[in-house]
Design a protein around this ligand. Sequence first.
Ligand code: H2U
Ligand code: ZN
Length: 341
Amino acid sequence: MSDLSPHRRYNPLTDSWVLVSPHRTDRPWLGQVDRDIAEDLPAYDPTCALCPGNDRVQKKSTPEYTSTFVFDNDFPAILTEPGPLPDTTSPLLQQQPISGTARVMCFSPQHNLSLARMEVNSIRAVIDAWVAQTDELGTTYEWVQVFENKGEQMGASNPHPHGQIWATSSIPTLAAIEQRTQADYFEREGRNLLADYAKTEAGSERVVIDRDGFLALVPYWASWPFEILLIPRFEAQRLGDLSTDDRDGLASVLSELLIRFDNLFETSFPYSMGWHGAPGRDKAPDWQLHAHFYPPLLRSAMVRKFMVGYEMLGEPQRDITPEQAAARLREVDTIHYLSGG
Ligand code: H2U
Ligand code: ZN
């Protein structure tokens, strides 16, 4: 693939393009080399707000939980009651009120774990908690964003395995774009965009995992080097549509994917990931549930991709092709490098 010429690839979900420059993969690296941040963490950290039994701010405390634990974020970015808005006089100065709920979900009581190092049945408990949260908050709010921002390189403040849930009265920008592109495709083709895409990619060189009803692949239009799109192979609009069997399959596939991530550079692989499901509660045959994984690393635990320069001013650009990235992820072991197996 590396004898390909520079070209652009279209992302039908975001209606945007990415520049692929395969010939540049051998250029010398003279940029930043991060400090290797791998460190031995304790299973319990008395200063961690997310560890069982510890104090949080405002006289709150985290209980002695044994599986997952969800609490209202003590520093929420959105509030349940809308307040005053700035005065504006020009149509160019638009604003909208927003209300919402922000929660934190601890994936495990154990401070030094990550989803990649958790047992499949503990990952299954996280999936159940995601389903419960989206079901509950989806009755009140237009959009429920489940996400995990993992690792110091992503700006995460605490290594304790955790994710977040932000539920809002309005649909955020990126979700609204995906809603439009999926609706347009459905109207034009009479079929579901991501279901068609999953069919198109069956057996392709971009597939990393395809089993138990789930497809994990480096999408044709990926902008991050090891970006992954995870799609159920069956019709599912929201996390709540997953049966117990589906959730078992997902737990196993998630575990494998995250172990492959960690094994790629033998590091606790940083990323932002999150779920996109149909907004509201109505039937939405144009929507397909999916998860995005956006990891920043490029060529080692210490060398990451920067979305700067041309990317901030033009469009995303990548050197290593999605096909090469998928091959790398397929090559690595499915036993975690720290498990000593
Ligand atoms: P991040 O490192 O991904 O930001 O996650 C930590 C979250 O936990 C963050 O959103 C919340 C922060 O607001 N938090 C509390 O709600 N209470 C605390 O006492 C500490 C951190
Ligand atoms: Zn902790």
